[in-house]
Design a protein around this ligand. Structure first.
Ligand code: C5P
Length: 240
């Protein structure tokens, strides 16, 4: 079994959410969003390390209110930076040397199914780099000043999600240079290394606005769960 180190960025300012508090503290089904997302990984046998990357401003509150939960779950805290990539880089420096793969998963995606995590872990183990993604089904418009400038072809377009999973040495190499990329795959692509997409699901939403939180609450009970311990994601068999 591959040993997986999980980095969970949670250090965003949440300016688009509009609340006073960081959106990671918002409750979903009565539980703080970030704890729900963390549990999806801390309960796995293949995960050997979990780092929650938080803004320095949030550390006192997290330690005081949730230090006990995090200690029990084996989660360590890491200080985030100005950009998401700074946050991931800080945690990458503390990834255990015996980790075969590093999984980066945004704290604000609480609706990912254990079956989809299985699938992207298996693909990364087989090929070195894999992300969950979903094909674009809508019609895309480039808009300036509320007027459409262009209709963009959706052919071959997928939306990147997380988890994004890479061999440890590969992700370390990708982060050697300064960057402001909004996901980790972009840095691996920049090295010229192939990154596989694993078919995800539109319910794996990123909670960015209060409306997304309502959506996450609405879909969370419909997320597929493993029937038994060794249940497989259908794509795991279809693709490798
Ligand atoms: O804002 P964005 O959509 O890029 O946020 C995605 C994830 O990255 C969120 O979980 C957010 O908390 C995290 N993030 C971070 N450090 C930053 C910016 C975002 O850990 N400086």
């Amino acid at each position: 079994m591959a040993k997986i180190s999980v980095i969970m960025p949670a250090a965003g300012s949440g300016s688009r959410f509009g609340a006073k508090q960081n959106k990671i503290f918002q409750r979903i089904k009565g539980q703080p969003l970030f704890l729900r997302t963390l549990e999806l990984f801390t309960s796995r046998e293949d995960v050997v390390q979990v780092q929650l990357v938080v803004s320095p401003a949030d550390i006192p509150e997290i330690t005081e209110r949730f230090g006990g939960n995090l200690g029990f779950m084996g989660v360590s805290l890491c200080e985030g930076g100005a950009q998401r990539s700074d946050s991931v880089r800080n945690a990458l420096a503390r990834v255990r040397d015996d980790a075969d793969l590093v999984c980066v998963h945004d704290a604000v995606r609480p609706c990912v199914s254990p079956l989809w995590i299985d699938a992207v872990f298996a693909q990364a183990h087989a090929t070195g780099a894999a992300i969950l993604a979903y094909p674009i089904h809508g019609t895309l418009k480039k808009v300036g000043d509320t007027t459409i400038q262009q209709t963009v072809s959706r052919e071959h377009l997928w939306e990147a999600q997380t988890p994004q999973v890479f061999r440890t040495a590969l992700l370390r190499r990708a982060y050697e240079h300064p960057t402001a990329a909004t996901d980790d795959a972009a840095l691996v692509e920049a090295l010229g290394e192939p990154v596989r997409v694993v078919l995800g699901d539109p319910r794996n939403i990123k909670v960015t606005t209060p409306g997304d939180l309502a959506l996450a609450e609405a879909v969370i009970d419909s997320i597929p769960k493993p029937k038994k311990k060794n249940d497989h994601h259908p794509f795991a068999e279809a693709q490798w």
